[in-house]
Design a protein around this ligand. Structure first.
Ligand SMILES: [Zn+2]
Length: 160
């Protein structure tokens, strides 16, 4: 699968969040982990271009005994909408990313790609541009992706 690269989009995760993501993975073991990332997005004009910077302010690990927790999460609209609505209302953070782990490998699987497309085409604006963070359960490396103009695109992941 051909993956494009977009350097004008940067997803920032503070170092402080990394242990939370790691704990989410360890707690889910031997299943894969999933969770939602909340925060804000800033737009900067650089020359003639725009850069979009995402900042994580809150991480919510989703506990599930399901073998594929990401499928569980994305198939349970009610649960997903309620969590997103509560955090937006109470804390004022938007949902900006969806996190899940892979036993190894950092690239979206065909199942991931299917869900990315489903969300992209859902007509729900807040889910259209969600950034997908995929983390290797073993070495805890991570990458960030989205569908950009319909194409699978990797963006910059900055652990600050
Ligand atoms: Zn995956």
């Amino acid at each position: 699968m051909k993956i494009k690269y977009q350097k004008d989009m940067v997803f920032h995760i503070s170092k402080d969040f990394m242990p939370l993501l790691g704990a989410c993975i360890d707690d889910a073991h031997p299943n894969e982990a999933t969770g939602l990332l909340f925060g804000n997005i800033k737009q900067f004009k650089v020359g003639d271009d725009y850069q979009y910077h995402y900042y994580v302010r809150r991480f919510e690990c989703v506990e599930s005994s399901h073998k594929s927790p990401i499928a569980f999460l994305l198939n349970n609209d009610e649960f997903l909408f309620e969590m997103v609505y509560n955090i937006e209302q109470v804390e004022g953070f938007k949902v900006i990313g969806i996190f899940h782990s892979h036993p190894s490998g950092l690239y979206p699987s065909s199942v991931d790609h299917y869900y990315m497309q489903l969300f992209y085409e859902s007509g729900i604006l807040k889910f259209k541009h969600l950034i997908w963070i995929i983390m290797d359960s073993q070495n805890k490396d991570a990458k960030a992706f989205l569908l950009y103009e319909g194409d699978l695109t990797e963006i910059v992941l900055a652990i600050d």
